[in-house]
Design a protein around this ligand. Sequence first.
Ligand code: KIV
Ligand code: ZN
Length: 506
Amino acid sequence: MSQRIKIFDTTLRDGEQSPGCSMNLAEKVELAKQLERMNVDVIEAGFAISSPGDFLSVKTIAETVENSVVASLARAVPLDIDRAWEAVSGAKQPRIHTFLATSPIHMEYKLDMTPEQVLETSEAMVRRAKGYCGDVEFSAEDATRSDPLFLAQVFDAVIRAGATTINIPDTVGYAVPEEFYEFLMKIRRHCPALDSVTVAVHCHNDLGLGVANSLAGIRAGATQIECTINGIGERAGNAAMEEIVMALATRRDIYGAQTGILTTELVRASKLLSRITGVNVQPNKAIVGENAFAHEAGIHQHGVLKNKKTYEIMTPESVGFKANQMVLGKHSGKHAFRTKLKDLGYEVSEDELVVAFEQFKDIADKKKLVYDRDIEALISKRLAEVPAVYTLDRFVINSGNSITSTAVISLIKEEKVYEKVSRGEGPIDAAFKAIEKIVGFSINLEDYQLRSITEGEDALGDAFVKLDAKGGHFTGRGLSTDVIEASILAYVNAVNKILYEDSLVS
Ligand code: KIV
Ligand code: ZN
């Protein structure tokens, strides 16, 4: 019988901590819904005490998700634990995840605590968390640089205090698989109580070994793996969920273990995260990269045509890749559009359907062929949408290589038209500056990307911006066959997110 491995996803906590990966409330909720859809066992929704925004997102996710456990991280201090409970108490299956460092270097320089104090504090804080919640996880931060006998002592104490999951993280990505396996086995030998709880591993990727170490953890008896979509996370990231899930599915003969993850949702989760953060995976990224199933060499293509298994150890369909089919045209009706969305796995409300259909018709008018990828871009842009304070009315751009670019932008807010003119270093810069003048607060453009969704001269342009304003980072997307319009729409989309977030926290 194969061992069931729980997947603990920390994309919204450890992942979100990584540079360039911050998300707003609506985006976090959308990602949490995708994690639930793919059967993730535990969603670490955030670190409730770290900011009012984080608290709100953990609480909202806790109240939204039904089928996965929802956890909040908490340092081993009373206020953190109380706040974590406040945030997750509305969940159907809440968890408090508390942690304290156990390595000599962290105890001495970061915590200024003796090992005895760490032992006592861990036990006391797990007991406090247990007073609130039946499901308590304890992590020994920097475990792999800790004394395994000290860890055994700490784990014994926190299990007696009520911890139901013990996590053994490789916080700095220092371990190598053979050593990690032996290390875990040694702790298990000295702490038999570990047999009565869930043992987890949480491996960072500083040496590129996050997934390999997680798999070594499974061989040593871990039944919960902590990981992130696309492997995002602090520094070099965390172990990538899609790689662990597919390694276990493909090499069941070696590991004799399986997860509950719906593998056909892996690509959608990866793309959703990239769309939200603007951080794309490299083309050769295992499992979810654009080229993960591409065969370029003639000799490979020849083999694959005869028998796919010559060069494919898993099928692209099994992870959720679909052929990019031509779908609908400008004469397609709402019914066909709804059926297509369903085929692509999107459930939308009647109201959302009406708006999305209008946008589809707009695109179909400008583009000869509309592909699955165009529809997916349109729908996924609409996910995590916030109320639009500003909408684009019209724009006029004057640009050339011998003149200074100028932009005239009109936006509508509450049925009133606001128009401004600005000069800039090129048409996009001029347009963005004119919008900044209209909204009246200072905005810094951190990132701007433009790509086409499909091939061909009438391809849909997908613009992405990341703005720094009012103390936060906000992303925006815009779609149009006109790349300047796509860019303006992306900027306005991000501005609306800034205003929405501002209204929530103020
Ligand atoms: O890497 C780490 O040790 C962590 C803990 C808080 C679990 O993220
Ligand atoms: Zn971590």
